[in-house]
Design a protein around this ligand. Structure first.
Ligand SMILES: [Zn+2]
Length: 122
């Protein structure tokens, strides 16, 4: 299960970014083509953050739908199971969206209100 490795990576990144402050929310973006399972990440996260500054953090998962760019007409579309372009009926295209996996933001408890940090990691 690679969710464990990925969860460890998330925790490491957030611990560094938050500098020991209490973390309230962590927003994670997952493309629909990425094989990571939200619930597994949530499970490992709960186990691995006991008695740390991340213990009470909420994990928010944002799913990104798959998008293709048609090989033929170059238009972007969200494929159904046929993978046919709705504009020209050609089959398939380049994947331009749906493989994402990164931390979009973390929110820490702090004297400053609204202390949201945005960053990306692959
Ligand atoms: Zn097309």
């Amino acid at each position: 299960m690679h969710e464990l490795a990925v969860t460890e990576e998330i925790i490491k990144t957030v611990l560094e970014a938050s500098g020991g402050r209490k973390v309230k929310t962590i927003e994670i973006v997952i493309g629909d083509l990425s094989s990571f399972i939200d619930e597994s990440i949530r499970f490992y996260f709960g186990l691995l953050t006991k008695e740390t500054s991340l213990e009470e953090a909420d994990l928010l998962f944002k799913r990104i739908p798959v998008k293709l760019r048609c090989y033929n007409c170059q238009k972007e579309f969200k494929p159904d199971e046929t993978l046919l372009c709705p504009y020209c009926n050609n089959l398939g295209g380049d994947i331009i969206q749906g493989r994402e996996f990164y931390i979009e933001s973390i929110e820490v408890e702090d004297e400053d209100r609204d202390n949201k940090e945005h960053f990306r990691c692959q």
